[in-house]
Design a protein around this ligand. Structure first.
Ligand code: PRT
Ligand code: ZN
Length: 285
């Protein structure tokens, strides 16, 4: 099998989670300090460490076959690449923010205002869609200080917790797009690399599924089981085993993390006891 080349952010908010994903996929990578290229020891991939801004272009040009990058960057760079899979980390949004004390009634606020951003394309499209003529000031970093130093009236930047806006006296007023890390791919990956990509995506999906799901075990009286089964759809049907105590059963199933608390309350009401919730390492559907 030929080696699949994967572009990963060298150092930044995507780096650690990207490498952790490979580790969870059972792929061994020794990330020597300062190296820009590493080869995995037990899987046919080669990692290229790059700036996130360059990843869409390098994937388009086939310098890398696939890359891990934020959806915000994919949309801004607008390169001809294929989006393969959302990865569920580096969640954030691209938003418009204005000085906190300003009165805001709607997007008309931005008419003839100067807006600082590192996302001129996405912001331009947004203003066009809303029929607003604003002045876009493109800057490459520290966007949030632009209003404070008189460079702009407002900003359009990535927000995650919102604390950077807060400390700079700014207030989020519109969300332009939501984003998370994704895998992008070159549109013409050679047939000798396809099986490697398929194998990698299979493992990534198993890791993702496991993160979204929990294994649940509980005890209940036999007569409560049918009610409990309706609450827990599980992967197929739950496993039910008799307990040593007469009339009692143990039930095993899988629940989605986000439905978890809601289900726990329903289960307790239905008669479940001794509920255990256990992380799943890999989940193959
Ligand atoms: O050097 P290189 O160019 O590779 O890295 P970079 O500094 O350009 O990118 P980096 O590492 O900051 O971000 C990489 C990607 O992470 C982004 O493209 C997003 O997809 C995603 N991401 C997730 C974020 C954030 N969360 C985030 N909070 N990117 C940037 N921020 C910044 C934001 O620009 C602002 O300055 O964090 C600040 C806001 O954070 P909060 O938590 O205070 O709201
Ligand atoms: Zn960058």
């Amino acid at each position: 099998m030929s080696r699949l080349k994967i572009a990963v952010q060298k150092s930044g908010r995507l780096s650690e989670s990207s490498l952790k994903l490979f580790e969870e996929c059972g792929i061994k990578i020794s990330n020597g300090a300062g190296t820009l290229r590493v080869i995995a020891s037990n899987f046919p991939i080669e990692i290229l460490f790059l700036r996130d801004d360059d990843i869409p272009q390098y994937v388009e040009q086939n310098v890398a076959d696939i890359g891990i990058v934020g959806e915000n960057m994919v949309a801004e760079k607008n390169k001809n690449v294929e989006m393969l899979e959302q990865l569920g980390f580096a969640g954030c949004r691209l938003s418009l923010a204005i000085p906190r004390e300003e009165n805001y009634q709607g997007t008309d606020y931005f008419a003839n205002k100067r807006v600082a951003t590192s996302y001129p394309r996405l912001l331009g499209e947004y203003f066009k869609k809303h029929n607003i003529s604003a002045i876009i000031e493109e800057i490459s970093g520290s966007v949030e200080i632009a209003p404070g130093i008189g460079l702009a009236d407002a900003i359009c930047d990535i927000v995650s917790s919102g604390s950077t806006l807060l400390t700079n006296g700014l207030r989020e007023v519109e969300t332009i797009m939501k984003s998370q890390a994704v895998i992008i791919a070159n549109r013409t990956i050679s047939s000798d690399k396809r099986p490697v990509l398929d194998k990698l995506l299979f493992r990534i999906k198993a890791v993702k599924n496991s993160g979204e799901n929990k294994y649940i075990l509980l005890n209940a009286p036999r007569e409560a089981i049918s009610g409990i089964c309706k609450i827990l759809p599980g992967m197929k049907s739950p496993t039910i085993l008799p307990l040593a105590e007469e009339g009692w059963c143990s039930l095993h199933s899988v629940v989605k993390e986000d439905e978890f608390w809601e289900r726990i309350d329903q289960l307790k009401k239905a008669g479940a006891e001794g509920i255990l919730v256990i992380p799943i390492e890999k989940m193959i559907m």
